[in-house]
Design a protein around this ligand. Structure first.
Ligand SMILES: [Zn+2]
Length: 200
């Protein structure tokens, strides 16, 4: 079960709000951050979010060399585009990195959908207990789940819903817990996403 290396609580896997810090990402950073999953809030509380973002900046530029950039109230951001994967990788100097598909960019409020855990895992069991139901298709508000897991302070953008979904993939039924939640994106960043996507 992914537990935060800083606060010891569950890491859910929500775009822009948590991350898995890999060993190569922390070595160049001055801040002492253990490798592993962690909340971006914990990185910030630890005074390490900016150092960590700086450590992964060059990697983003090398791996996804197509980007548009801007600044928001002193925070530098760079939206990288991966054409083959049809995904965006948002880098921000404050450490609120996120990865989301081209398909998330559409008119109206932006949302991302993410599979959190496959049934049968300890992670799924913890989430089901927090949801209070294991019935497929029932949408449980994300803030309810966060409160039950004592995570409301780690995921301040708690809008959204968690649902148990049964999907048939290649003839096999996949039983997962999925979350759908808003993707907070600056207007300038959203325009950059449209421009990058329309380039191909
Ligand atoms: Zn944490």
């Amino acid at each position: 079960m992914p537990m935060c290396t800083i606060c010891g609580r569950l890491v859910l896997g929500l775009a822009g709000q948590d991350w898995t810090v890999l060993p190569w990402m922390v070595e160049p950073a001055a801040a002492e951050v253990p490798a592993g999953p962690c909340h971006v809030r914990c990185l910030a509380d630890h005074g390490a979010a900016a150092a960590w973002a700086a450590a992964v900046e060059a990697y983003h530029c090398t791996r996804w060399p197509r980007w548009l950039a801007g600044t928001d109230a002193g925070v530098r951001w760079r939206l990288h585009s991966s054409r083959p994967a049809r995904r965006f990788h948002l880098w921000r100097s404050d450490g609120r990195l996120a990865s989301f598909p081209y398909a998330a960019i559409r008119p109206g409020p932006l949302q991302v959908a993410t599979d959190l855990a496959e049934l049968g895992s300890a992670h799924a069991a913890a989430l089901l207990a927090a949801m209070g139901t294991d019935e497929p298709g029932v949408e449980v508000p994300l803030d309810t789940v966060l409160a039950a897991l004592d995570l409301a302070d780690r995921y301040p953008h708690g809008m959204g819903a968690v649902t148990r979904r049964l999907r048939v993939v290649g003839g096999e039924t996949v039983d997962v817990l999925a979350v759908r939640h808003p993707l907070p994106l600056l207007p300038a960043c959203r325009r950059a996403a449209l421009e990058l996507r329309n380039e191909g």
